[in-house]
Design a binder for this molecule. Sequence first.
Ligand code: GAL
Length: 408
Amino acid sequence: MVLRLMPLLLLALSKPTFSLDNGLALTPPMGWMAWERFRCNTDCLNDPDNCISEKLIKAMADKIVQGGYKDAGYQYVSIDDCWLAKERDSNGKLQPDAARFPSGIAALAAYIHNLGLKFGIYEDIGTKTCAGYPGSYANLETDAQTFADWGVDMLKLDGCYANASYYAYGYPAMSKALNKTGRPIMYSCSWPAYIQTPPYDTIAKYCNIWRNYGDIQDNWSSVYSIIDHYGNNTDKFAEIAGPGQYNDPDELIIGDFGITYDQWRAQMALWAIYASPLIMSVDLRNIDPSAAKILLNRNVIAVNQDPLGKQGRRVFKGTIIETYIRELKGNSMAVALLRTTDGPTPVKINRSLEDLGLSVATSYDCYEVFEGSFIGTLSPKDDVSVWLNPSGGVYFMLCHPNPSPSNI
Ligand code: GAL
């Protein structure tokens, strides 16, 4: 009797009660999202090219292919808030605004799939979305099924218009509802951004990515406040990140209006160090070529997409510079030196590799990441000497152990 029960008992013990096992986001997801750049512009009468509509989303999907972003790894094309009609349909199902999405969401998803891309959508766990459209409250299963029927590949689930006590039930419930549809849908939760002490272990069980800070805005103080928040929580955030589960510091604003070229590079480098989703929010129809070059930089993307999925840490915060380090496969290390202070002129910084956190191997082959240029074979005692521009100047370095790990 005992022997016959043994296998069942072992099975019961080894089986987790639930975990989000959809095989998605093994590396940080990459794509485009409407919110930061296009907001809740519903005025198609006066601004037909920029209002939230199927026309805009299709135009961006086309550009993702034509501009080489798809080849570089950008995959998800995501609508944000303000796509919905003000009411559900007569069957209680969600429906898009008929004037702005005349072909319907399934047709839009099919258009995006035909380009070889994936389609993302936005909803809210509460009674309304943040912009006041119908929320998923009390309709989680129905809405999950609607999304699956439409061919949705990613859901961003916001947290407006809900009681704080509801998140711990609602976010897992939607996760289970998505799994139940049988369609793999990458699940982005805003859960931690809405509460004081997020239960990250639980969140990581149910969500692929999660927002944990306020919305990014098109200015450097916003971008830096996010970088700094991640720095202040460096161990907590790094420990919970990994394949299938990533912290999301919000969209890339590279190519928008409010930050400088140096600050664009800083955002890209730090998002790579932090193993962050690379979700652009920019008008790809008229993007500045130097911004496009940053977004398309294969070396930076390779750091971001490192298969270990380890989030980097801030290891030093001084008055002029900060240093960040991320462990990559093969004991390689990515290091970012970031200048946070204002001008007036560039400053020269000398740091030994050891000071930067590289002391495992006897020597390292180091490269500047943006240009891919070889810096040299350096021992941990050797200095790197770099100039950093004011306010967001960044030096981004990748070092491989020499000899390579198999020979160490
Ligand atoms: C915020 C969210 C933003 C955007 C916006 C839409 O709560 O953090 O990323 O989705 O709502 O209303």
